[in-house]
Design a protein around this ligand. Sequence first.
Ligand code: SF4
Ligand code: SF4
Length: 488
Amino acid sequence: MASSTAVGRQETPEPDQFYEARQKVYPQSVTGTFRRIKWGLLLCCLAVYYLIPFIRWERGPGQPSQAVLVDFPSRRAYFFFIEIWPQEVYYITGLLILAAISLFLMTAIAGRVWCGFLCPQTIWTDLYMAVERFFEGDRHDRIDLDKAPWTADKVLRKVGKHASWLLIAWCTGGAWVLYFADAPTLLKDIVTLQAPMAAYIWIGILTFTTYALAGFMREQICIFMCPWPRIQAALTDEWALNVSYRVDRGEPRAGVRQGVQLRAQGQHVGDCIDCRSCTFVCPTGTDIRLGPQLSCIQCGLCIDACNAVMAKLKRPGNLIAYDTDINIQRHAQGLPPMRKLIRPRSILYIVIILVIGGVMAFSLATRASVGVNVLHDRNPTYVVNSDGTIRNGYTIRLINKAPAARTFEISVDGLPASARLEIAGATRDGPKTMSLSVGVDQTREARALVFVPAADSRAASTDVTFLIRETSTGESARHHDFFKAPGQ
Ligand code: SF4
Ligand code: SF4
């Protein structure tokens, strides 16, 4: 039952109400520096999201040629020249940690700059508002249209808006599934209704969520559902930049004519003329003059609106501006502003980003393109043959991450010279060495048997090493295991 501080919302709900009714926000269009930055970022982000699946990246025969692809059937993720195997999922974890720390750094420097400029909820809501304005006009036209009785014109405008919203939502869901299969092929299959059912289900889910979140829920996601505004309070301090209103300069506020009269009477009047342009352009309906609020996503549009008003009045701009809590206090005390972008917390975040990024880059640059896993038979752990030899069974998995088929020599070390290695389907190179080829970017599983004459078996368990060596480059990998025999 919290009352909201935003202008236009009900300040005190009735005692018998559990929830405050939503007051629909009708943001007004605005021009200015922050609006231009937002348009630029919106276009970049949407272009990246919609076009990336169509970028090609040649990886060789039999390999997917899509630059960014999550290939669930073959259990691989591709990002340009990087290929992630299932056992390398820690790279994804590292990437998520990097993203989180970068977000912390952004917050430490400029508060909720992510929310105001880069969050998908903000970007799609901005896009939906632009469509809304195209069909229904600016703030006052939309308010009037909503109040007006249903006419053919109103129906046409509403149908046009919702049809466009649904088309954008469908394209959003459609683009998402293109990251999981060859984009041109899947797009053709979707259009000709031949795509897998899972693709249509995901498109349906994302169409619905985009339409609902950007079309209807809008600022309610930021104010009531998103955990980030709650978390960011712990990540920011008095030196972080936030959209702030200069109370010392703006107050006491008075309309233009009233201000002239009051000044003529020798009274002090602030620069704010109470025109409420800053509130009208706000996508969340916030009145920034009431101080920092959870509902402010720090998009900077109120700065553009107020600067336009100040320019018309021929007064200095930045009555509303990105500023720090420290400077708001210093302005009030008549002290000059101070900046402190580099602080212990920003240095700490930068160091963490550099360390994690460096470790990931080094690990990617030096990672091996061969690997071997060996699994000893569990039951029985050994078999004594009729000729007295002791046999142990293993399942060997060879890993070839190279974009070419390769042959591997497999040998076993740690056993007496009389030991023998047998691998189904492999070529023999020596008593304890065999060769097996593995296809392009594939793994190959093989059944291996190791035989040791009973007379040469001296311990119940002997440590052994399976060594694989790529025949042309000499690149190798090893796996330590054991050879079991009857207790001595
Ligand atoms: S736009 Fe500027 S002048 Fe107008 S109400 Fe907001 S702060 Fe005051
Ligand atoms: S108060 Fe200003 S910065 Fe905050 S959300 Fe509204 S327009 Fe954006």
